[in-house]
Design a binder for this molecule. Structure first.
Ligand code: KG4
Ligand code: ZN
Length: 327
């Protein structure tokens, strides 16, 4: 049988991305136009601006992806787009583009959950033993899942307030660091030591759940009340990062005691963090899989890759700001 090529699109937040993936794992081309610079001056993503920029960039992204793969649209066997979760207006640009192409070229359409795709990204083209513990750590999500295979997920725990990436972004703002906060904090933390006694939240009656709003307040308190000077910001960044990752690691280990898994798979922007990756490899006994740099933040290759493993979707599928892909 001829190999299947899927063109994927991802526009859920501030990246306009298009990719062509062969047979669910071989990336033929991958274009990511980041809007980070546009939003940096506002300290976060401005939805209205993101939508307009997606409109400008979606066609160039598709053309560049076709160019890089040396293919034309009539050679594409299916069109996929992230339909959720994210900024509704932003999602619509990629979603409607994929639907339109599917109608025009009479090829299947795939609506993909982009958080599920984040988790899939670390397994793409790899032989990962199941069951696995899925760790989703992004700007909007923090959750642990039991993963039996693609499409077979059971939620173990989630956050009761802020997402982990969101807490990085908020603390970064307090430390006058540029958006996005995660990479800025990681960089600054390398110059400091974890000397401040910060701790992530403990959720009563649910030891595997997360809470990051308290630590954010504790950092604010440290900066305002304790009069920590800006020369100590590297220590604040290191202390915050250490506290958050120790909490994550201890909850992963507790989850492993309840669910004996064969591997741990990470997904989402925070999984890029090298300090976390080192901590995990020294403290987790089973193989741990992180997405490659190219697949860690929002990207279309993971969308096109996951689509290969999914049934065809109806063109009626609508964009959703919030949705859960697990049971
Ligand atoms: O998965 P993602 O690109 O978008 C969604 O939220 O779906 O994740 C973005 C989040 C942001 O909060 C960003 O600050 C965080 O991932 N992030 C990091 C790092 N790189 C990105 N957090 C910590 N360390 C990093 N190196
Ligand atoms: Zn994402």
């Amino acid at each position: 049988m001829a190999p299947m090529y899927i063109l994927g699109l991802e526009t859920t937040c501030d990246e306009t991305s298009a990719a062509i993936v062969k047979e669910g794992h071989e990336i033929c081309s991958h274009v990511i136009f980041s809007q980070a610079q546009l939003h940096e001056q506002y300290g976060g993503v401005v939805p209205e601006l993101a939508c307009r920029r997606h409109i400008d960039l979606i066609e160039p992204a598709i053309e560049k992806a076709l160019d890089q793969a040396n293919m034309s649209l009539d050679e594409i066997d299916g069109f996929a787009a992230a339909y959720a979760p994210g900024l509704i207006g932003a999602i619509l640009i990629g979603l409607n583009s994929a639907k339109t192409l599917s109608l025009m070229y009479e090829k299947p359409f795939y609506a993909i959950d982009h958080i599920e795709a984040h988790l899939f990204a670390s397994t793409m083209g790899r032989n990962v033993e199941m069951p696995a513990l899925g760790v989703v750590i992004s700007g909007g999500h923090t959750c642990l899942l039991l993963v039996e295979g693609i499409g077979k997920y059971q939620l173990i725990s989630t956050t009761k307030d802020d997402a982990i990436g969101e807490s990085f972004d908020k603390v970064a703002k307090m430390l006058d660091l540029p958006y996005p906060g995660g990479p800025s904090i990681e960089k600054l933390a390398r110059e400091g030591k974890a000397v401040f006694p910060l701790k992530a939240g403990h959720v009563k009656n649910n030891p595997l759940s997360f809470s990051f709003s308290g630590i954010k307040t504790a950092v604010r308190y440290l900066l305002q009340k304790e009069e920590v000077s800006s020369t100590q910001y590297p220590d604040v960044a290191a202390s915050f990062q250490e506290a958050v990752f120790s909490d994550l690691l201890s909850k992963i280990q507790k989850a492993q005691q309840i669910h004996p898994v064969k591997s741990v798979i990470f997904g989402g922007g925070v999984a890029c963090n090298q300090t976390l990756q080192k901590k995990v490899s020294s403290q987790i006994q089973v193989p741990a899989y992180f997405p490659s740099k190219e697949l860690a933040t929002d990207n279309a290759a993971m969308i096109a890759g996951l689509a290969f493993h999914k049934p065809v979707s109806s063109l009626e599928v609508e964009a959703k700001p919030r949705v859960s892909f697990w049971n």
